[in-house]
Design a binder for this molecule. Structure first.
Ligand code: APR
Length: 228
């Protein structure tokens, strides 16, 4: 059975109503990364950081998977499918995808600032002074800029095995995540689904489907299911 890796970014959740980061009116137009998404920001003003992620957590719970998230299940009929996502929302899981690897963490989980144990908190708002079972402050279980990406090795191994890589809704601006497109073998077919130009180093076997996720992914999946 052919292996498909779906490498997703914020764009796949845009049509679920969740803001992307670098589009116009994106999150990084309204918040400074250095104030809400770095270890230094946490040290300086943990309350502001917690408020930023509490707000985003509520938005995630108010959002629903869209047709792009749901279309992935169809692919599982004929392919071994692995989702590798930069997103911290749970829309892939709520759409029914079982093999989802998060590179940048999961907003519905909290992490102990000391033991790094994680706790599923769903919609709970983390407050300053809220401690883990061992008495240490809780933080969102997300990967901030400059922090180690613990699932990167696993993601690279999954991409090395891919026969098809579908890159969807990511500007490929953030490393090391963006390196995944270079981990696939030369026979791997790469599809890029994004309404805008994304610098995917015009590799010989990249097909750019210049459409939104909710149109481009279901159409591609239909084509792949007919072809294989
Ligand atoms: N369908 C498909 N793609 C879309 C859609 C849509 N409806 N709307 C926007 N896009 C595309 C944009 O054209 C852009 O290429 O999604 C991409 C979003 O890019 P970013 O906002 O940079 O998001 P992403 O690539 O996921 O960011 C990566 O940066 O800030 C960090 O940790 C954060 O995981 C995030 C990482």
């Amino acid at each position: 059975m052919q292996h498909v890796v779906i490498f997703s970014g914020a764009g796949i959740s845009a049509e679920s109503g969740l803001k992307t980061f670098r589009d116009s009116d994106g999150l990084w137009e309204n918040y400074k990364i250095t104030e809400v998404a770095t270890p230094e920001a946490w040290d300086k003003d943990p309350k502001l950081v917690l408020e930023f992620y509490n707000m985003r957590r509520k938005q995630v719970l108010d959002a629903k998977p869209n047709t792009a998230h749901l279309a992935i299940l169809e692919l599982e009929k004929k392919f071994k499918v692995q989702v590798v996502t930069q997103n911290i929302d749970d829309l892939h899981e709520r759409a029914g995808s079982r093999n989802v690897l998060h590179l940048h963490g999961e907003i519905l989980k909290a992490r102990s600032t000391k033991t790094h144990l994680t706790y599923l908190i769903n919609g709970h708002e983390i407050k300053p002074g809220e401690l883990c079972e061992n008495g240490h402050q809780l933080r969102p279980d997300v990967v901030w800029f400059g922090e180690h990406v613990p699932n990167m090795d696993k993601a690279e191994k999954l991409c090395e095995k891919a026969d098809i890589l579908i890159v969807i809704g990511t500007s490929l601006n953030v490393y090391p995540a963006a390196n995944l497109v270079d981990c696939v073998n030369n026979n791997c077919k790469i599809y890029l689904i994004d309404p805008s130009e994304v610098p995917l180093w015009k590799r010989k076997n990249v097909t750019h489907i210049k459409q939104k996720a909710s149109e481009g992914l279901p159409a591609l999946i239909k084509e792949l299911l007919e072809k294989f």
